[in-house]
Design a protein around this ligand. Structure first.
Ligand SMILES: [Ca+2]
Ligand SMILES: [Ca+2]
Ligand SMILES: [Ca+2]
Length: 220
């Protein structure tokens, strides 16, 4: 065996070793909040988007070994209709969903800003301490993005990234890279409002989840 073939054999052995001793995929951490149905804001026009379940997941995608994605999955009592991403101007009609989600990523209510819940769940209220937000709303800068994603903003209102969006009938799923959330560990208090574009194509709130001051926390 010459030097070159020995080197090739050693390289092969190392590659095999790396393949067998590399870190495995961390188990997905799932937390679920089941919401009352039929608790929408009865004065709201348009589609009465009614949250029935809010799920958060911490996910380890390749390369494995650490959590890299926070997934937020919202189930409604009715099929989700989103405004098309390429509509110009980006107005929202009264059958189309609007979304405002607050994330308290440092789990400290004294850092970040307050998200108001204007509807549903037994009345108005607010959640303090949000360090990041996910929006798809009628407010300028919060419209659905041309690629179909939703904007992620920090507490100062600056866009810092995107939530990758998919819809399957009654279920809206948003995937957010933890790097977008400042390298957070994915343990975060998650809550939000939902509605439609009934009021002159801007936000008309129909439901919030969980109740104000409540959150879904993706714990270890
Ligand atoms: Ca509800
Ligand atoms: Ca906070
Ligand atoms: Ca965190």
């Amino acid at each position: 065996m010459n030097i070159r073939s020995i080197a090739a054999a050693v390289t092969c052995a190392l590659l095999v070793a790396c393949g067998t001793v590399g870190p495995g995929q961390l188990a997905t951490v799932t937390n679920t909040y089941t919401e009352a149905a039929g608790d929408v804001n009865s004065s709201a026009g348009g589609t009465q988007y009614d949250v029935t379940k809010l799920v958060t997941r911490r996910i380890d995608n390749p390369p494995f070994g650490s959590y890299d994605t926070l997934q937020i999955e919202v189930t409604f009592a009715q099929d989700v209709v989103l405004p098309p991403p390429d509509r110009v101007p980006p107005i929202i009609f009264n059958d189309e969903l609007t979304v405002g989600i607050g994330l308290d990523t440092d789990q400290n209510p004294t850092t970040g800003t307050t998200l108001n819940c204007p509807a549903g769940n037994g009345g108005n209220g607010s959640w303090p301490g949000n360090d990041y937000y996910v929006f798809e709303s009628g407010v300028p800068g919060q419209a659905r993005l041309p690629n179909g994603n939703f904007v992620v903003q920090n507490a100062a209102g600056t866009a810092v990234g995107e939530a990758v969006v998919s819809v399957s009938e009654k279920v809206l799923t948003m995937n957010i890279s933890l790097s977008t959330l400042g390298g957070d560990d994915g343990i975060a208090e998650v809550r939000g409002w939902f509605g439609n574009g009934f009021f002159n194509y801007t936000d008309n709130y129909t439901d919030c989840a969980p109740n104000p001051l409540g959150s879904v926390v993706t714990r270890k």
